[in-house]
Design a protein around this ligand. Sequence first.
Ligand code: SAM
Length: 269
Amino acid sequence: MTTTDAAAVPGLAGQILAGYGDRVSVHDLYDEAGASVYHDLAAADTTEIRELLRSVRAVPGPVLELAAGSGRLTLPLLASGRQVTALELKESMVALLHERLAEAPAGIGGRCTVVQGDMSAFELGSTYAVVVLGTTSVSLLDAEGRAGLYAAVRAHLRPGGRFLLSTVDLTDADGDDLDLEAVGASGRRYRMIEHWRAGQEVRKVTILPPQRDMPEDGSVVVLTTSIRVLPPDDLARELASAGLRVVAHHPLPAASPRHTGVLLEAEAV
Ligand code: SAM
């Protein structure tokens, strides 16, 4: 299990954690300690699924889903009747995805091929009508990783195929960290603090128990993830220079007061 130094957590979350001293252990949201929390939160979040399914429906044929995680988008894609190849980097998330496919109604799981791999460098030996990269996951890659992603996507798109990817624009409302309480599908509550200032390339999200649920003794498990800020217009320019032309912008429901989501639809040129 990987751990991070609590002192590296910035802003409000860092101040809170300082009060708990060496009782705090900080883990990546997608590693072993975080995967079940991510899954609990993701299962309760249906933003973007409707818009994504609408765009996928317009292009018949097999779907490649990148950064599939524990299957929040994979299961609805399968339920819509498509063949889906789901690619995911982390073993812990792949294990959760296999569990969910095994629990899915008969026939659905059988249409899914799960591949553990890196979306910035993959070669699957097949082509797809649609490549999906949801949940702003393009923001997890640096510039070099994104260049690899775009080349691999182009190589896997059928003629007339579509690359669907989501991103968010941020507004720096008042210069404070965004401090929200989220409820997972299990009913469990989480405090999510986002640290970002206008102009910063990365926003840092920290997930910790709400104040009232903080343990009085024993360890305090905290999860973090870093997400690059890729405004839609910048991303569209970057895609164009990689040979992927954006042909439509679909607005997404707002995930928070500070985020404006958009689903970009691109084709290879
Ligand atoms: N699409 C899923 C959903 O909607 O719940 C998961 C989205 S989650 C924000 C991002 C996922 O990307 C995580 O499961 C993480 O492990 C995975 N990931 C991170 N880097 C990756 C990479 N280079 N290649 C493939 N998957 C990656």
